[in-house]
Design a protein around this ligand. Sequence first.
Ligand SMILES: [Zn+2]
Length: 296
Amino acid sequence: MNLSWQLGDTKITRIEELIGPLFDPVRFFPDFHKDLIKKHQDWLLPNHLDMTSGRIIASMHSWLVETPHHKILIDGCIGNDKDRNPYRDWHQMQTNWPAKLQYAGVSPAEIDYVLCTHLHVDHVGWNTQLIDGSWQPTFPRARYVFSKVELAQLEQSLQNLDDSDQFALVNKKTYYDSIAPILGQTDLVVESHDLISDRLSIQLTPGHTAGSITLSVASEGEGARFCGDICHHPLQAYEPWMNSAYCELPNEAIDARRTLLETCAEDNLLLMPAHFGPSHAAYVDRRGDAFSLRWC
Ligand SMILES: [Zn+2]
């Protein structure tokens, strides 16, 4: 079943691809310390930490935003049929993500915009699907929107690829099957701006990657902020100094996270990240020099 939120006249629906105890926190957060589990266990369990395995719970989902005039998809998860070796769990994956989108009442041809907060493997997969042996845009009339810097950096990295770097190798495959096929219907973001006037704005938010963007939705006095991987896990709201192993610009990533959380707290914006466990979205409160979450 899909979960939905109503903000004014705008409906936001979570389209789940997968969820579970996906990551070892020691590997995922280079500065993780097991004392953090004791410190935060009152809210970590059971939705954000699996006690049996000790792994952090992560969700892979897209956000479907429906305004009275537009249908927008934010982040395309991992996708089906894709060669993701050596990432065995994501290799040739088969999920019913398309059926969940359909269950939300929206067909791929109705999507106006596909917004990619960044171009990592778990944010662009459903940009394309395999049809008759070739990768075709899943959303035939959508404009795909992401950062020009992000694309340039990825294309540059393909020139100097270190094959022993598994993450770089997977992102190279991702470029060819999930990004190159949609470049003919892409609008590249070069500065923060309104994509839909008074409704949906794009902010350059470098840190997790050099070209990360975040998205603000406003509707009848209510608002939400889609932050991609600026916060991977709710622990990073309570401990905003803690980067993931995948944050490319560590100092900027911490600054971007603090600024994001401060803005959500001050402006009462619903924080809607790409990977939080249930209930997947939260309001933010200040808590000393860190923050706490009110799940919504
Ligand atoms: Zn991600």
